[in-house]
Ligand binder design. Structure first.
Ligand code: G3H
Ligand code: 13P
Ligand code: ZN
Length: 284
């Protein structure tokens, strides 16, 4: 299949009350793990590339890997830019064949975020590419901020409504208590805020930092209106953990295929688990 946009898969997810997984990739094995998991689960899937992934693999390699994977796949695949930082990069990714773009202007004041996001929406929509914006700050777990400080960065429902109307985004990433990376403690999600945001805006809602969030919280968030969950850290842990275990048991191994094969399998297994948790199995 050729690549599809967020609009091709999230509308149905919202109508039927399930969510779609957005999984970060940075090499061939992880792209294959995502596609294998999605095919085994017969689920639509979003493969996303972060700034770090683009720096590591290079944009043309990411596009070639995901395009090739999607072409041979029996499920719809979105190639999405994760946390895009500039208008120029968004245009570059659209030119290279991304079917969806995230423009993360959340570090800017509201009006500047709106202006940047709206410019990206204009060029992306002209090319049939979907856009995810971000309002509110999603921190890293390493950011040493207290809970009350973190709440100051949570998404305001009224502002979300204004942002979506002003920009025309196809999906909105919100801040309700998740963070990127490994959690030090147990993340506490602000579900009443999620409900208010759901009532205030009409586009699909995205939750970043979904690794390490308890299964029952993911289910609750999906029920209350999250339709895209971003997962990176859980894949990294499974992938690198399996490679580490293999090398510990086989310290003289030199064949990378013997190290990365089990890593790819471990990543496939965790991604399948997430797809089932999000409820998107058999929705392709
Ligand atoms: O959004 C955060 C992702 O985990 C990507 O992180 O830039 O290290 O690839 P990265
Ligand atoms: P985690 O690494 O915490 O799963 O976050 C992924 C993410 O939000 C990518 O944008
Ligand atoms: Zn993120």
């Amino acid at each position: 299949m050729s690549l599809v946009s967020l609009n091709d898969i999230l509308g149905r997810a919202e109508e039927e009350g399930y969510a779609v997984g957005a999984f970060n990739c940075n090499n061939m094995e992880i792209v294959q793990a995502i596609i294998r998991a999605a095919e085994k689960e017969r689920a639509p899937v979003i493969i996303q590339a972060s700034q770090g992934a683009i720096r590591y693999a290079g944009l043309p390699y990411i596009v070639a890997l995901v395009r090739e994977a999607a072409a041979g796949a029996a499920v719809p695949v979105v190639l999405h830019l994760d946390h895009g930082t500039s208008f120029e990069q968004a245009v570059q990714c659209i030119r290279h064949g991304f079917s969806s773009i995230m423009i993360d202007g959340s570090q800017h004041p509201l009006e500047k975020n709106i202006e940047l996001t709206r410019r990206v929406v204009e060029v992306a929509h002209a090319a049939g590419v979907s856009v995810e914006g971000e309002l509110g700050r999603i921190g890293g777990t390493e950011d040493d901020i207290s809970v009350s400080d973190a709440e100051a960065f949570f998404t305001d429902p009224e502002e979300a409504n204004y942002f979506v109307k002003q920009t025309g985004v196809d999906a909105l990433a919100i801040s309700i208590g998740t963070a990127h990376g490994r959690y030090k403690g147990v993340p506490k999600l602000d579900f009443p805020r999620l409900e208010q945001i759901r009532r205030a805006i009409s586009c699909p809602i995205v939750l970043h930092g979904s690794s390490g969030v308890a299964a029952e919280d993911i289910k609750k968030a999906a029920k209350l209106g999250v339709s895209k969950f971003n997962i990176d850290t859980d894949i990294r842990e499974a992938f690198t953990g399996a490679a580490r275990d293999y090398l510990a048991a086989n310290p003289l191994e030199i064949d990378p295929r013997n190290v990365l094969g089990p890593a790819r399998e471990a990543a496939t297994a965790i991604i399948r688990e997430k797809i089932r948790l999000f409820g998107s199995s058999n929705k392709a």
